[in-house]
Design a protein. Structure first.
Length: 531
């Protein structure tokens, strides 16, 4: 049976759960959630050839690590497994299974309309496939799987019988995948964080912390969010991967002197946490974790119809977390640059402190300036020799490069990633053809769309992007924006950021599901027939 896909990623529900009070959160995100609700409702009514959709949520759907609210004392009294430590009271709950379930419940409660539409989408015969990314690695816990399914079932059925609908069949259409989604000859889907050493997990199929297996491993990006981003209101972690030292200095200047000391304290806290975690990781015995991961790797290969060798080759492509190496940890928290800066500061201080003759002082200042510029250029080479490969925070080049290696291992026509938040479509192999598409993100926007005119065409500025994959003898995949103004998808050309409007493609989506699938359920917000 053909399988038509809608692929979205990086919704980051709960990202702002730390910045405003509960009511402010609910009011602030009613409009942004409404666009995803409209997206689901639109496609729920429009199937291709009468075939239900598979909605692939390609990671970072729920931003667990960004959530800092915690249970009340009354709740922890009744549920001692939710007891809050001093560290959690300051930085948010940990990543244990019980507390991840509690966070999930709060996120669903705060985004009730969105989950109602999602449940209705499933109730009309469609299905969803969830892959976890780095922000929602908590979906690895089986307890979180079950709670997610149970909440959707509760929302749809409400404890009542619905004519023509079976709860067991409903739940089966909610599927979780621990790493990727793959159909030989057709597509390979993965979030993409495994190729970003600031966000990867050494053992993707067993991502628990080596020092405490009740907790999940913490990439540096998680620690940056927990110990810095969550503590400094208004700072977003997105789109900072290409920031230079000068960008951060400019941002620091914009914060004003009143906040500089606080920012410095938070950065020192973050650096100490990264250093401590890296030390504990390197001394822990990870043999048992590796064994579980390897066994799971063989099982995944069997499920998806690939050889064990192919699965191991895919696993070997990941970039190990920077905390796995002392040299890379030093680079990650900037100690190498501190040493470089301290050397030239002390050299400059020596020139000022020692009473050289004027002509010698001027000559030394000139040498210092030349030396600083030359060493700034040569320092990365020296650092690579002393500390191992150079660490870079640039995400997109790492993820994009991985697609070419995946295309060498697997015979697929399309490779779909998320993680970078940048929509993209490029050819990675000519014969047989293989395309890489990045679905961008569905990050909540706080601005209304303001369309522009160019060459007589209406240009949609929406940043809400997704992929439509149509199965068939020759599969086809295209990028779209979701136009909030018109409530419909708009084809998107990532090469120029403009839309090559193709009405004939949109018309192909104007196909209602069969009447047998439409009856008995309900559209969100409307009544249901009971039986």
């Amino acid at each position: 049976m053909p399988s038509h896909l809608l692929v979205i990623s990086d919704v980051h529900l709960g990202e702002y759960a730390k910045e405003v009070d509960r009511i402010g959160y609910l009011k602030g995100f009613a409009r942004s959630d409404s666009e995803l609700c409209a997206f689901l409702e639109y496609h729920q009514k429009r199937w291709i050839g009468g075939v239900p959709w598979r909605l692939v949520i390609n990671g970072d759907f729920v931003d667990f690590i960004a959530v800092t609210f915690r249970p009340s004392e009354a709740v922890t009294t009744d549920h001692p497994e939710l007891e809050v430590s001093d560290d959690e009271a300051r930085f948010g709950l940990d990543s244990s299974a019980d507390k991840a379930v509690w966070k999930l419940d709060r996120i669903i409660d705060r985004h009730r309309d969105l989950f109602t539409y999602l449940a209705d989408f499933i109730g009309h015969g469609n299905s969803i496939d969830l892959l976890y990314g780095n922000h929602d690695v908590e979906f690895w816990w089986p307890e979180v799987h079950e709670r997610f399914r149970a909440r959707l079932r509760e929302i749809y059925f409400g404890g009542e019988a619905v004519v023509g609908k079976d709860p067991a069949s409903f739940v089966k259409r909610v599927r979780f995948h621990p790493w990727f989604l793959y159909e030989p000859g057709k597509f390979y889907i993965e979030h993409g964080n495994q190729y970003d050493d600031f966000s990867s997990f050494e053992y993707r199929l067993n991502p628990v912390a080596p020092s405490d297996q009740r907790q999940l491993a913490m990439p540096v990006s998680h620690m940056a969010i927990r110990y810095f981003v969550n503590q400094y209101k208004g700072f977003r972690s997105h789109d900072k991967d290409r920031w230079t030292l000068f960008d951060y200095m400019r941002w620091l200047k914009e914060q004003g002197m009143d906040n500089v000391l606080r920012i410095v304290k938070l950065y020192v806290l973050l650096s100490s946490q990264v250093w401590t975690y890296a030390r504990l990781t390197r001394v822990a015995d990870a043999g048992a974790l590796r064994d579980v991961h390897d066994r799971s790797l063989d099982a995944v290969a069997s499920v998806y119809g690939m050889t064990e060798d192919q699965a191991r080759q895919l696993d070997a492509l990941h970039n190990p977390p920077v905390t796995e190496s002392l040299g890379r940890t030093i680079q990650a928290i900037g100690i190498d640059w501190y040493v470089w800066g301290a050397f030239w500061f002390l050299a400059a201080f020596a020139v000022l402190a020692i009473p050289f003759p004027l002509h010698w002082t001027m000559a030394l200042w000139a040498l210092l300036a030349i030396g600083a510029v030359v060493s700034r250029r040569l320092w990365p080479l020296v650092r690579q020799r002393l500390l191992g490969s150079n660490v870079t925070t640039a995400v997109a080049p790492k993820v994009d490069a991985a697609t070419r290696r995946i295309a060498e291992i697997l015979d697929v026509r399309y490779i779909f990633f998320g993680h970078t938040h940048k929509p993209l479509k490029v050819k990675v192999r000519t014969s047989p053809p293989c395309w890489y598409l990045n679905g961008g993100s569905w990050l909540a926007t706080r601005r209304r769309e303001r369309h522009a005119q160019e060459s007589g065409r209406d240009i949609c500025p929406s940043r809400l992007t997704f992929i439509v994959y149509r199965d068939g003898s020759v599969p086809d995949a295209r990028l779209f924006r979701w136009c909030a103004r018109d409530g419909r998808p708009v084809p998107f050309d990532p090469r120029g950021g403009l839309e090559s409007l193709e009405p004939e493609h949109i018309e192909r989506l104007e196909v209602r599901p069969p009447a047998s699938q439409m009856g008995g359920g309900r559209r969100a917000g409307r009544g249901r027939r009971r039986g």
